[in-house]
Design a protein around this ligand. Structure first.
Ligand code: NAI
Length: 380
């Protein structure tokens, strides 16, 4: 029997509810697809409020030690206090385990109301760089001694023109950081027979950083993917690699979504475009995601802890379940993943859905988190 260990963190707020409603569907899909041949072996790790209650730490050492040797993990959402208290646990884990690629598949589910005419033409996977860019956290407040010192250096030594009162931030983007992200996107496109990879950048203005991302992406394709990848407009076989300037890309995904498949983006552009694309197909309610490094793939729903509905059996477990399906795809258990997708489609067609979807599906009946999970399970 093939067994895969999945470390999981329940999460805060609606986390425990969505796990309780959603996990049985993942196990059922595996057992329906493979009988007793394959199995997920779930091992709980403590973090967040539950971690603090049981160990006095929000991110206990035992959790970090287990994740350090892990291949697969899944988590519910974790609270991050705004402006005070501890650092974001999510960011800490991303940094410690170097989860450099944030991957979000965006696909339309029939029946959901969307702000665009043809949401069904959207079938994209965004690979967003997760560690560099303006998120590197190198920022200095307007008027601070650090900002003044940096501005003085830039003006005096490098001849830059900057007002002394400016707040300043640094946007580092490296060849290695760009290439490892684009590599993930190209490998995914090749493995899943996707037609194209588009490098999204703002290189016309930020030539050394965003323009670098574009150049290093093409360089990688030319050097390491000969015969497998071909540049747009050139003769040859394989996955097409092209690039678009970010502002044009925002128009293009609305007007010609069928022309785009896998997107590779810098950190900030990826942040914007993954949420915009999610809105195009009806919102974040069913959006799964993963943060991935070279060893660990950490799957998670894209929503937060939804404190106002926590404990009220109102949350939608769909995003968690689809994150699980994404994990099954990742380990090559495609049949089980396909069963989950089919059961979500059937559940939506039956129009018995949680409150967030009920407002988006005309003529639907509102049900609770657990009942929605039970319906998915029964569809399996
Ligand atoms: P949120 O995603 O928790 O909530 C935004 C809105 O969507 C709320 O109206 C909420 O009720 C609704 N919602 C979210 N998930 C839902 C679900 N599964 N079913 C039905 N409705 C749902 O975002 P917000 O309010 O900005 O953040 C709340 C907390 O969650 C914060 O502490 C934040 O830091 C944390 N958070 C954690 C994330 C993670 O662990 N990856 C991601 C986003 C936020």
């Amino acid at each position: 029997m093939a067994e895969k260990t999945v470390y999981y963190i329940e999460g805060d707020g609606i986390g425990p509810e969505v796990w309780k409603a959603g996990r049985p569907a993942l196990d059922a899909a595996v057992s329906k697809a493979y009988g007793t041949e394959k199995k997920l072996n779930w091992v709980e790790l403590l973090a967040g409020e539950k971690g603090f209650a049981e160990t006095g730490e929000h991110l206990p050492k035992a959790t970090m030690d287990a994740l350090a040797g892990a291949e697969l993990a899944m988590k519910g959402p974790l609270n991050t206090p705004v402006g005070k208290g501890f650092r974001s646990l999510n960011v800490t884990m991303r940094q410690v385990f170097d989860l450099y690629a944030c991957i979000r598949p965006i696909k339309y589910f029939k029946g959901i109301e969307s702000p665009v005419k043809r949401p069904d033409l959207v079938d994209m996977t965004v690979f967003r760089e997760n560690t560099e860019d303006v998120y590197a956290g190198i920022e200095y407040q307007s008027g601070s001694p650090e900002a003044k010192k940096l501005i003085e250096f830039l003006v005096d030594e490098l001849g830059a023109k900057i007002d002394m009162t400016a707040g300043v931030g640094i946007k580092p983007i490296t060849p290695a950081g760009s290439k490892r992200l684009v590599k993930k996107a190209l490998d995914f496109a090749i493995e899943h027979n996707k037609p194209s990879v588009t490098l999204v950048h703002k290189g016309n203005i930020m030539k050394t950083t965003e323009g670098g991302f574009r150049a290093w992406g093409y360089e990688l394709a030319d050097e390491d993917y000969k015969g497998q990848v071909v540049r747009e407009g050139e003769e040859g076989e394989g996955v097409i690699i092209k690039d678009r300037i970010a502002d044009a890309m925002f128009q293009n995904v609305l007007m010609y979504p069928e022309q785009y498949s896998v997107l590779a983006t810098t950190n900030l552009n990826g942040d914007y475009i993954s949420d915009a694309l999610a809105a195009q197909v009806g919102g974040l309610g069913l959006a799964p995601g993963v943060n991935m490094g070279d060893t660990l793939a950490f799957f998670e729903p894209t929503h937060g802890t939804a404190p106002t509905i926590a404990g009220k059996d109102m949350a939608n477990p769909g995003s968690l379940i689809l994150s699980g399906a994404m994990m099954l795809e990742h380990i090559g258990w495609h049949e089980a993943a396909a069963l989950i997708h089919a059961s979500v489609e059937k559940a939506l067609a039956a129009k018995k859905v949680t409150v967030d979807l009920a407002v988006q599906i005309p003529g639907s009946t509102q049900i609770g988190c657990q009942e929605f999970g039970d319906i998915l399970l029964s569809q399996l």
